[in-house]
Each structure stands twice: as C-alpha cells, then as structure tokens.
Design a protein around this ligand. Structure first.
Ligand code: CA
Length: 320
C-alpha cells in the first residue's frame, strides 16, 4: 500500500539526504515539499531542494513558504553546512522552478486530498504553525507528524538549551506542539556518536558508487568539518535523515514514550528549549503555577533511541 508523505524543509545538506531517502523508497508517494527559511534563506533552500529532486528523477512539486520565523529574526546555518548549504559544491542551477502556490495553501490542500498523510518536518515549524492557525482541523487530517527537532533532557546544538529548528522559530514550535497533532519528536542527540556516518560508513557509501551516494557524501563535506569542531565526532552527523528513517520505518525508533512537552519562549537563555515532562510530574500540585495552565496539553511521542544499524541500512538502500 502506498503511503503519502508531505515534507517541510529548509534544505541544506542533511535535508537533501533525507529527501533522497523519501523520494527513493518504494511505496512512498511524496505529495509535495514545502520550503521554509531556516538553515538556508528560503531561495537557497528552494534551489537545493529542486536540485535534489532532479537528481532523484522526481517531479515532486516544491512550494515556497515562510521566508522568516513568526516573530524572530531569520538566523541561518552556513557555518555548519557551507555558504550554499551543500558543502560549497557549486552545483548547477536546477532545471525547473518552484510552484507559484504558497506552501501553506498547498499543504492544507494536500491534507484534504490525502487525509491521513504523514508529515515530516526537517526545519523550523513556521509553515506548519501558519497552517494550523488557518485551519485547526488539520490536526485530524495528519496521521503522523515526525519532527526533526528538539533536545529532550539534554544539551542543544545551537545554544546550550536548544536545538536549531526549535530555537529558530520557538513560537511556531509552541503552536505545533500544543496543537494536538500526533507528534513524534526525533531530537538532534539521536544523530551523534554511533549514529554518525563514520569514516568506514562513508567508505561504504562511496563504494556504492552511484551518483546519489557520492552526492550524499559530497554535499556534507562542510558538515564533516563543522561536526568535528562542534562535537568532536569524526564523521557526518545526519539529523534530518534519522528523522526520515523513523518516518519511513517506525521500528527504527526502539525506545519511545509519550510526554507533555513545552517550548520555552519567554527568555533568551532558554529560547527554544524543549522541556519534556519525562517523569510525568506536570500534574503534581507543586507544578500548578507552571504546568497546570497546560494541564490538558497533548502528549507528544519522544524518541529516545534508534536501531542504528537499521537506520544506516535504510540509508544505504536509498543511495544504492
Ligand atoms: Ca533541516
């Protein structure tokens, strides 16, 4: 049976690999891709997504969405992904252009055309928040919302408190996490350590010797350097592809549990922090002033561990 996906992305190099995985997996129909400002400015991200789809031989429609967060200033991540977001590989301009329809309109229409679709978010949640503001009924038409974002009960990757996608547009994340949509949170910490593509894994991918395999490594050349500087890990960190792996095969998430999650928006120190009620104490009297106000806040599925060999096999299958 074919599953329908919608992908929201701020396409830089790890998004590109995640797009390849979705576009190359049999039985998955990507109804559309919505672009959002994030790792890359909107136009560069759009160009990167169009180029990636072209490499996959896909004519999936790609739509421009939010060019800046709901309230905050845009803040990109060239320092991690390279000036073009694609490891400064100077890829040629894509042959086709984005659609003229706005991403939010296109996404809302897709949820009517394909009720029960799987939404995968790989960037800040600006577009999804705007869609929810327009039509709260959206919650019922999305069966899974797999979010690459957050840092449950651990450090962030852009500030000590927060992961980039949530930090970039925390007000949007607050709307989405509070919406009641069936969220599965794949935090950035799941893509470190053993989940990195090690030098041996990179050699394995090179050995597949397909255009997509070389593309996946080449466009992440800058990430490999930045990753070593940031975490000390030797290899390529791929947060968006790990989230896509969970979307494609939920069995890759081997440890999950459901919790209330709040997004910190009130001060700069904790901006974008995903505060997870891991011990389920939010309803206790001592938390009345802070969590009681969100007493019926929907539960969010938090992923705590991945089957790492399985995630890498899924990646290799898409690139081979
Ligand atoms: Ca991304």
């Amino acid at each position: 049976m074919t599953r329908t996906f919608w992908i929201d992305t701020d396409t830089a190099s790890d998004d590109a690999v995640a797009l390849v995985m979705a576009l190359r997996t049999p039985g998955v129909d990507v109804a559309g891709i919505s672009m959002v400002s994030g790792n890359m400015p909107l136009e560069q991200g759009t160009r990167n997504a169009l180029y990636t789809a072209e490499l996959c031989g896909s004519d999936v429609p790609i739509y421009r969405g939010g060019s800046r967060p709901l309230l905050r200033k845009p803040a990109h991540a060239q320092w991690f992904h390279g000036e073009d977001g694609m490891g400064n590989q100077n890829y040629p301009a894509p042959k086709r252009a984005a659609e003229s329809t706005h991403a939010v309109d296109a996404f809302l229409q897709a949820t009517h055309d394909h009720p029960g679709l799987t939404l995968v978010t790989l960037g800040p949640l600006t577009n999804i928040a705007r869609a929810l503001e327009r039509d709260g009924g959206l919650v019922q038409r999305v069966s899974r919302c797999v979010v690459m974002g957050g840092n449950p009960c651990c450090e962030g990757n852009v500030t000590p408190a927060a992961e980039y996608n949530i930090w970039c547009d925390p007000e949007a994340a607050k709307i989405v996490f509070g919406s009641g949509m069936k969220i599965e949170m794949v935090g950035w910490q799941l893509s470190v350590g053993e989940a990195n593509l090690s030098e041996a894994d990179i050699s394995h991918v090179r050995g597949l010797d397909t255009a997509l395999a070389h593309f996946a490594i080449d466009c992440n050349a800058h990430v490999m350097v930045a990753n070593k500087t940031q975490t000390g890990d030797v290899g390529i960190s791929l947060p968006d592809p790990t989230a896509m792996a969970v979307a494609l095969d939920p069995g890759i998430a081997v440890k999950v549990s459901d919790h209330r999650v709040q997004i910190a928006c009130a001060d700069e120190l904790t901006r974008g922090m995903t505060v997870v009620d891991r011990l389920n104490v939010a309803g206790d009297d001592r938390n009345a002033d802070t969590w009681r106000v969100v007493g019926d806040a929907p539960l969010c599925r938090v992923v705590w561990a991945l089957d790492i060999p399985k995630w890498k096999r899924l990646l290799y299958d898409a690139l081979g």
